[in-house]
Design a protein around this ligand. Structure first.
Ligand SMILES: C[S@@+](CC[C@H](N)C(=O)[O-])C[C@H]1O[C@@H](n2cnc3c(N)ncnc32)[C@H](O)[C@@H]1O
Length: 224
């Protein structure tokens, strides 16, 4: 077992890049590179919460963890593709988590798509020293009590309290968004580069009583 095996969840919950996991509440997950065409099922999200890599070094560290060597040269190219996917999905509400370095750029991108954009001061790993920001974009102004909360608690709050049918995450990772949606009996859709990280979410869902089927996907778009 290597450092980036995440407890070996992938051996117990195998899933490959050309496969989708269909959870028993209709949620869908897929191992997917954001640079490939957006899978059609992602368009059913009417709300997004995404915590993408925060800069180029961080992005490439995830490529290492995914055992990939197609390292990226431009963080701008990555985040512009992220916002292109968000535009294609067109959710009513979009949350994006980011560090200080690219906060301004992300706000600018979201302002191109939404009338009302604000952000909350946040932290990660429940450590006051780990500062980050959660941006909320929508066309309707709403005051929410999220400032100063850890990002994990923000995700919990959103999944429990926001008004949505299906929450999407384009960088699902080990699945905080999916797990919290599942706990609130809500539908979620998500994509993630690293199958070993996505398998952690599958395991968590099974541990909490869920079931899923793996089905082969027809093409890179995620259309069976
Ligand atoms: C900060 S983490 C997300 C953490 C997540 N919120 C969780 O609960 O685990 C960013 C994620 O983006 C994924 N990622 C990086 N490059 C990607 C790409 N090109 N396409 C899709 N996902 C990517 C990484 O593998 C990583 O899991």
């Amino acid at each position: 077992m290597t450092k980036w095996d995440y407890g070996g969840a992938i051996d117990r919950h195998p899933i490959e890049p050309d496969e989708k996991a269909i959870i028993d509440n209709g949620s869908v997950l897929r191992v997917h590179n954001i640079f490939d065409p957006l899978p059609a099922f992602m368009r059913s999200a009417d709300m997004i919460f995404v915590d993408p890599p925060w800069n180029l070094g961080n992005l490439n560290s995830f490529y290492t963890k995914a055992d990939r060597d197609d390292y990226q040269k431009s963080f701008e190219k990555f985040y512009l593709r992220l916002f292109e996917c968000i535009k294609e999905i067109n959710p009513r509400v979009c949350y994006v988590e980011i560090g200080k370095e690219y906060l301004a750029e992300f706000i600018i991108e979201l302002k191109k798509q939404y009338k009302w954009v604000t952000f909350y001061n946040s932290t990660y790993y429940h450590n006051k020293k780990n500062l980050c920001y959660v941006i909320r974009a929508s066309n309707k102004r709403k005051k929410l009590p999220l400032d100063g909360m850890d990002e994990e608690n923000i995700i919990e709050w959103i999944c429990e309290n926001e008004d949505y049918n299906c929450i999407g995450d384009l960088c699902m990772g080990r699945g905080l968004v999916g797990l919290n949606a599942w706990r609130n009996v809500r539908r979620f859709v998500g994509t993630e580069l690293n199958k070993k990280r996505l398998a952690v979410l599958l395991e968590r869902i099974v541990n909490e009583g869920g079931r899923y089927d793996i089905i082969k996907d027809g093409d890179k778009n995620g259309n069976a």
